[in-house]
Design a protein around this ligand. Structure first.
Ligand code: HEM
Length: 219
């Protein structure tokens, strides 16, 4: 692993543990959020490492690749969330248009979409689990945006990483996910959240010689 990747991996872990230690971000032990975080912790770490190995954001070209993976992975998930949001519940705000704007500013063409996201009817009942993954990823994005601003000297576009609309959605979602959920609902939400992480992981290009079959995302 290159020194820059080691630095980035350490950065991700350090920020995550610092934020987990903050009382503002630490949910009650029985909340849906706590349940989802613990059920997907391994998947998140795998994804974090896979994305940093595949692209990272140490150079302009790395950053463009990082955004391309984000775009490819998110298009089908945004479509699924829009189709499955229950009446009276807004899906997370669309971010792929922001990623497309960032990619255009980096003179990078849009990538092909990833495979369809079709996690089945059980996951559809747990729609909020998938919404939590996209909204929660804005917490990591905020930390990555600070790194990108520093490394790129403020010249790289961060419409996606610094998206205030997703942070506002995240705040509104917290009132629901920081309450305990009945066990059937928590299970369906977990299925949906794990499916989103698996979809992202499948969208990340693998370095030659690695074996995705050996990776398990179940915490
Ligand atoms: C690319 C590398 C990534 C890094 C460095 C990273 C980093 C972080 C950090 C610093 C946090 C906040 C601390 C915490 O609450 O644990 C976080 C939370 C989270 N991230 Fe990531 N992340 C990455 C990728 C992703 C991706 C691609 C997704 C999914 C689309 C994702 C989903 C989440 C979720 C769901 C949370 C937790 C929300 C909660 O606290 O309830 N992350 N990430």
């Amino acid at each position: 692993m290159a020194a820059s990747m080691l630095r980035q991996a350490r950065f991700g872990r350090e920020v995550r543990s610092a934020m987990a230690a903050s009382s503002d971000e630490t949910p009650a032990a029985t909340s849906l959020r706590a349940h989802l975080r613990s059920a997907t912790m391994t998947a998140h770490d795998l994804l974090d490492h896979a994305m940093q190995a595949a692209s990272g954001w140490q150079t302009r070209a790395d950053y463009a690749r990082f955004l391309a993976v984000q775009h490819a992975a998110r298009v089908p998930i945004e479509q699924w969330l829009a189709a499955h949001a229950p009446a009276g519940h807004a899906p997370p705000p669309v971010q792929t248009t922001l990623i497309a704007q960032d990619l255009a500013l980096l003179d990078t063409p849009l990538p092909p979409a990833s495979a369809p996201f079709a996690p089945g009817p059980h996951a559809a009942r747990g729609w909020i689990g998938a919404a939590w993954v996209l909204a929660g990823s804005a917490l990591g994005n905020r930390a990555i945006a600070r790194q990108v601003a520093r490394i790129g000297g403020g010249a790289w576009p961060v419409r996606f990483l610094a998206d205030d609309a997703m942070i506002a959605y995240w705040q509104s979602l917290r009132t629901t996910i920081e309450e305990p959920a009945p066990s059937g609902e928590a299970e369906a939400a977990t299925t949906a959240a794990q499916a989103v992480f698996a979809h992202f992981l499948a969208a990340v290009p693998r370095p030659q010689g690695s074996n995705p079959e050996s990776e398990s995302i179940v915490a």
